[in-house]
Design a protein around this ligand. Sequence first.
Ligand SMILES: [Zn+2]
Length: 276
Amino acid sequence: MNKYDIIHKAYKEGYAIPQFNIVNVEYARYILEECENQKSPVILGVSEKVAKHLGGFNVVKKMIEGLIIDLNVMVPVILHLDHAKTKELCEQAINAGFDSVMIDYSSHTLEENISVTKSLVQENPNIIIECEVGSIGKNGNEGIIYSNLEDIIRIKKETNAQLIAPAFGTVHGVYKGTPVLNYELLKQIKKNIDTPLVMHGGSGLNEENFKESIRNGIAKININTELKHAWTKSLRKYLEQNQNETDPVFIIESTSQEIKKVVSELINIFGSRNKA
Ligand SMILES: [Zn+2]
């Protein structure tokens, strides 16, 4: 099965593939081990910031390749560049061997968004291309510009992008108050274009938010903040309780349980368990 078909199958069958954003090799290992354990396909998301932090796109690609071989990972793994602000960045990741990229031209005009997305789709027929329309908010419901249905229909028709991330009320980071998700917009999108949709800002939503979104066409859900919180919380706790510990192996390993717990709970809610 090609990598896009993994997401398309989820869309057709009514579950979602999790995208867990990674930060370092151990973090990636815990996620892969838990996905293998749950038999769930997985998308590993990498931001430009993290790729730089680790040394570059080739480092990330080789690191994940190495983990797949050494851990004997059999579940499908899709390596994805998250929120690239330029086409050049997408091309660097593709050249390093990434399977999937998100070109985030949401702050440009729709015409510019269509033009860059279309050229990426045409020039990279074997790569999954994701685009964003509208503006997904950040930290506490700020800056959400709900997508316009006509814009989404247009970008799909003119670019044929495989994945579209609509702004329907989710935010990156931490929610303030109750999220207001526009399921009606998702319903209308699904009615008009037959394309798997991506949810950004999945951290902090409840089970019903996820399930209702999946019922309305969301087939990929990005999780970042929740993992970061779990990682930091376990690290702080471990260091407080083991003030004389100086071995990074034990210190970093202390985060594995909480990371795996988050991964396992979300796989269960998204319905991707045993779908590999
Ligand atoms: Zn995002």
